[in-house]
Structures are given as C-alpha cells and as structure tokens.
Design a protein around this ligand. Structure first.
Ligand SMILES: *Cc1c(COP(=O)(O)O)cnc(C)c1O
Length: 433
C-alpha cells in the first residue's frame, strides 16, 4: 500500500513509514493512493467464509506489497481473536456487536492489529520500540490490551490523575509486563503536551525508539473495514438495499466502512449518527464544516468537536459535497432521545444497547421510516453496555449485570508510577528505562 498525505498528493510514503510515524510530516493524515476492488468471485464466496478468512482476503489485497502472505496470516490469526456477531432484532434491524474484544469496545480491532503490524515492522531491530500515548479513557485500555505481551514493544501510557473512571484506570494499570501506566498530576491536555515534548526531544529520540499509537494511524483503520464484510455476508445476496448506521465521533469507524464499500462491498447507504456534537451531520445538511468545542454527553466517546477523519472522507469524495451526502445521511440526537432509545430497544426487543449504539439505532430507524425502498439495516454497537452501567440503570430503572471481564478487572490491584506535569521528571524517568 502506497500512501499520500491529505495535505499533499505529490509525496508518496510507504506503509512502514505511515504506521511508524502515524501522521505525515506536513501534519496531514495518510491516505491510500488506491483502494483495490475485490473480485466478484470473492463476493460470491463471501457468505460461506469465516471471519479470519475474510480478514485475510481483504488484507491481502491491501497489503500484498508490504507484508509477505505468511506473516500477514500470522498477524490476522493473532489479532482477530474474537468474533463480530450480527444479532437480528427484526429482519430490517440488526445489531453488529463489536465489543467482544479484551477492552469491550470496537477500538480493540484497531489496537490489536496495529500492535502486530508495528511488531512486524520492528522485527529486525535490536532495540525495542517504545509506544508513548496520552489517554483520557477508552483508547488507552484498547491500546494497553492490544500491545500487551507483543514482542519488541514497550507501551507507556500517560493518564490524568482523577480524570478517568476507577474502572478505566484499572484497564490501564493491571496489565504489567511491557505496559507501564503513568499517572500525571494534571489534565489530559498536560499529558498530551508531555508526549509532544518527548517526541521533539532529541536527548530522548537519540537514545530510545519512540512512536505513537495515535487514533489516526492508518493501521487502526484497515482492520475496521474487515467487520463490515463480516456483517454484510449474512445479508447477501439480497434484492434489498443494505443500510449501515455508524455511531460516530472522530469518524474513523465510518471511514473504514467507506473503504469497504470502495472495495466493492454492496452497502447502499451509510448513516452518520452523532450525539449533539453534530459537526458532520450539519456539513451533510448545508455544506459548511464548522468545528467547535465539544459538548459532554452520555455517549461520551463521541464527544468530538473537530472530527479528525473528516479530511479522509473528503479525499474519498474528491471534496464533492453532493456525492458525499448521497452516500451518507447524517442524523444527531440528544441525551433525552438516547435514554428513550435505550428504553425502547429493551422493551421492544429485550436487548440492552449501550448509549453509542442507541444513537446509531435512532439514525437507522429514522432512515428506514423515511425511505420507500426495501431495506435491510445494520447498526453498530461499539461498546458493551456495562461499560456505561450508570446510564443503562438510569434509563431502564434496573440494576444491570456487569460483564465478567469488568468484574475481574475491578478486583485486581493496579500498578502505576506517579509524576508531576514537569517535563524534566518524565524525561528522567524515560531515560532511566
Ligand atoms: C471511539 C468510539 C466511538 C467513535 O468512533 P469514531 O471512529 O471516533 O467515530 C463510538 N463509540 C465508542 C464506544 C467508542 O469508543
């Protein structure tokens, strides 16, 4: 896969460069020069293929020039280790459960795959690779789980003291081994600025091989396209149009869906479902992209005021607003509607949806109510509901069950290093490693 920067189409980068750097030197996002279409033979066989077989077939077409087939097979076998089941609520409304990974969120797909791709590109190095990340919550858990015990890689996670939930802190601090959690006596912004300083400090970068596990890394996006194939395989062949509703914040998940469609997957319509942070639905409505400060909501992983993957979406549509709004319909919902949807899904279908998927359900329902074409819909469930237990309990007036994985983590003792916001402290700590 050859890549260019969304800020400059002229310069071409290798996959290895894009994966290890994360972001282009001009500040743009890496974008594949071409996204190959899969042969019709593949789509004819798709309903009969297993998840790992599908991942391999798709990955092979994208990464054939970068990673030998046997290695790619290993990477898939070691990263796609949990299923992505499609659960039918009605023949028109299906949930794609993306939370069967170790941190119970869809971000596990990206993190597991990225860890193994990085490990592959690091294979001939004597020195281990150090991943330095700042996290405000959910991403850190997926990254820690993804890189845990991956050969040749150390992970150092900075998180703000008292700003992540007790459970989220356990998700960062209970791995041990190659995963180190550092609590910074400051805010998330302090953590991020410390990480930035470290990357720009030659005293460190001369001595340590440092890289980031940023959410915009192309190797997190690629595996997210796999589960679109995995879910649509259950609905084809079909005379109906297939509609997929994606609960969105930074729009990585939806962009991966657009990649899948570009590879030939028959999805007629995407729904961009957001909470009141509705920058993209507004753009689809009137053509103006106006980032603003994010607003806190119950679906907090989507509280994003300047969606980072929007520039990739523009690239896919050659910046043509009319084309994009044909393929993607935008809808947004507030917290009251989200709570009502959680209640409705529970009463109507006896299914507990997390707040993010409830927003996606609302988008799908609104679209299905307004279209005359015969459709089959999928909405994505991006996290297990018990990660948001207090919201579920509030909506349903029950004491909902906690997922056993979360119970187990809550009983473990965590380990962390505590540092101030003074960069000198972090520098000393890292140089001592
Ligand atoms: C990160 C996240 C999202 C948003 O995904 P994007 O790719 O940023 O649009 C939605 N739901 C959950 C639970 C998440 O953790």
């Amino acid at each position: 896969m050859k890549l260019y920067s969304t800020n400059n189409r002229e310069r071409i980068y290798s996959l290895e460069h894009a994966v290890l750097k994360g972001i282009a030197p001009d500040g743009g996002l890496f974008m594949p020069v071409t996204i190959p279409e899969l042969p019709s033979r593949f789509f004819a066989e798709l309903p009969t293929l297993g998840f790992q077989e599908i991942c391999y077939e798709v990955a092979k077409r994208l990464l054939v020039d970068d990673i030998p087939e046997q290695h790619l097979l290993n990477i898939i076998e070691n990263s796609i280790t949990f299923p992505a089941p499609l659960v039918e609520l009605t023949p028109e409304i299906n949930v794609l459960e993306l939370w069967h990974g170790p941190s119970l969120a869809f971000k596990d797909f990206g993190a597991q795959f990225m860890a193994r791709i990085m490990s592959y590109f690091n294979r001939d190095q004597q020195k281990s690779l150090n991943i330095l990340v700042a996290t405000s919550g959910d991403t850190g858990g997926a990254v820690a789980a993804g890189f845990h015990q991956v050969e040749g890689i150390n992970v150092i996670i900075l998180f703000p003291k008292g700003k992540v939930s007790a459970l989220q802190e356990k998700q960062l601090t209970t791995f041990g081994n190659n995963v180190t959690a550092i609590e910074i006596d400051g805010t998330f912004d302090d953590c991020q600025s410390l990480v930035k300083k470290a990357f720009n400090d030659s005293r460190l970068t001369d001595k340590l091989r440092l890289t980031s596990a940023n959410s915009i890394n192309i190797s997190r996006l690629i595996p997210q396209s796999f589960y679109y194939f995995e879910s649509v395989k259950h609905l084809i062949p079909s005379p109906d149009q297939i509609v997929v509703s994606v609960p969105s914040g930074n729009f990585g998940n939806l962009t991966a869906g657009l990649f899948a469609r570009k590879m030939g997957l028959p999805i007629s319509q995407f729904i961009a479902a957001t909470n009141i942070n509705d920058i993209v639905p507004r753009y689809l409505d009137d053509g103006d992209f106006i980032p603003r400060a994010s607003i806190e909501t119950l679906s907090n992983a989507m509280d994003v005021g300047n969606p980072s993957n929007f520039s990739r979406m523009l690239e896919l549509y050659g910046s043509t607003w009319n084309k994009m709004r044909g393929d993607i319909k935008g809808y947004s919902y507030d917290d009251t509607q989200t709570l009502q949807a959680i209640r409705h899904i529970y009463r109507q279908y006896n299914y507990i949806a997390d707040p993010h998927s409830a927003v996606a359900f609302l988008g799908l329902s609104e679209y299905l109510n307004n279209t005359s074409s015969s459709s089959k819909g999928i909405f994505l469930e991006t996290a297990h509901p018990s990660k948001f237990k207090s919201t579920i309990d509030l909506a349903l007036e029950i004491d909902s069950e906690i997922h056993p994985v979360l119970l187990e983590i809550s009983l473990k003792e965590g380990e962390k290093t505590c540092l101030s916001t003074d960069y000198a402290d972090l520098l000393e700590y890292l140089l001592d490693q």
